[in-house]
Design a protein around this ligand. Structure first.
Ligand code: 8YV
Length: 320
């Protein structure tokens, strides 16, 4: 029987390529950069399945350019699918799956890393040492804020939010507030669900773990920054569009908040100079799930989803 044609849009860990090669007639795009609209439309015509990731923007226009798609499934590498227009995919008869479990732990770890770095001014300290300008210890050098015993406000209590709550409570004795669209409890963690405004008013650290996309676009805007405490730090490991970046820069300029630690950006990979030039921000290049184990597990989960689909079963992680 003819094997389905699969396109993997950028190089993956070797075991993922090896397994994919045993299951599919495989093409691996060598380029690590973003794909173009024309490339993606052509891929929909030429392949039975695509294993895309973050840099592949499947906008309605990509699907509109394809009269009859050969591709029947987009098995996304990653949990977030806001780069794929789900309605347009469904309209074209294309299933979409993701890899939620594989990214949860490492992304929650990274949220804690960002929170700690921002609170304790670790980026500033590291830059000082690297610059060769450090003149030695003194009592009021680079003083930050205590993490232990402080209050974290987690926006979005999905899998990653729950893991952040566990780490914050068990590891750092933090009080946990959270906001979520539907009522939620976090097994084993004392965490209080509150309205978003209350969370913003009370939290020392506001951690964003909501999905991206239109529903959460600019959830953290000028108004939100006005509610936050001047000592508060914002941590974003979700999607860049959740934060109005221009409003964030104004909030930092006006000392409305104490700092921000970001792994994701509104116009990724573009990061405004107004952020890059500041000392009160920590900026990472979307490293949430960037561990050897997580990236391999994400690839394997995407392949599990593809295998199930072509067997005629419903893939475990079907999102559309
Ligand atoms: C991935 C992520 O690196 O899973 C997600 O949603 O943001 C990251 O962990 C990215 O999605 C790769 O496509």
């Amino acid at each position: 029987m003819r094997r389905p044609r699969l396109l993997i849009t950028r190089p993956m860990p070797a075991p993922v390529h090896e397994r994919a090669g045993t299951l599919f007639d495989l093409t691996i795009r060598k380029d690590t950069g973003p794909t173009t609209m024309a490339e993606l439309s052509a891929a929909l015509l030429d392949h039975d399945a695509i294993l895309p990731s973050l840099g592949d923007v499947f906008s309605p226009a990509v699907f509109a350019g394809v009269v009859s798609s050969r591709c029947r499934i987009l098995a996304n590498f990653g949990a977030g699918v806001s780069h794929i227009d789900l309605a347009a995919a469904a309209g074209a008869g294309i299933a979409v799956t993701n890899t939620p479990g594989a990214v949860t732990g490492p992304t929650a770890d990274l949220a804690m890393l960002l929170l700690l770095m921002s609170a304790r001014r670790a980026g500033e300290g590291e830059r000082l040492v690297r610059s060769g300008e450090w003149k030695g210890w003194h009592p009021v050098q680079l003083l930050g804020q205590d993490v232990s015993g402080s209050t974290v406000g987690i926006v979005g209590m999905g899998r990653i939010g729950q893991e952040v709550a566990r780490r914050a409570a068990a590891g750092f004795g933090m009080r946990v507030l959270f906001h979520n669209r539907s009522p939620k409890t976090v097994p084993g963690v004392e965490a209080m669900q509150v309205p978003l405004d209350e969370l913003l008013r009370r939290a020392d650290f506001v951690v964003l773990t909501v999905p991206g996309g239109n529903e959460t676009r600019h959830l953290i805007d000028e108004r939100a920054f006005m509610l936050m405490r001047p000592e508060a730090h914002l941590v974003n490991v979700s999607r860049g569009e959740v934060v109005d970046e221009a409003a964030l820069i104004r909030a930092l300029d006006n000392r409305r908040i104490a700092g921000a630690a970001l792994d994701v950006y509104e116009f990724e990979p573009a990061v405004p100079a107004a952020l890059r030039e500041r000392d009160d921000v920590v900026l990472l290049p979307h490293l949430g799930s960037a561990t050897h184990a997580a990236r391999a597990a994400m690839g394997m989960t995407a392949l599990d989803n593809l295998e199930a689909f072509f067997r005629g079963d419903t893939p475990e992680n079907r999102v559309a």
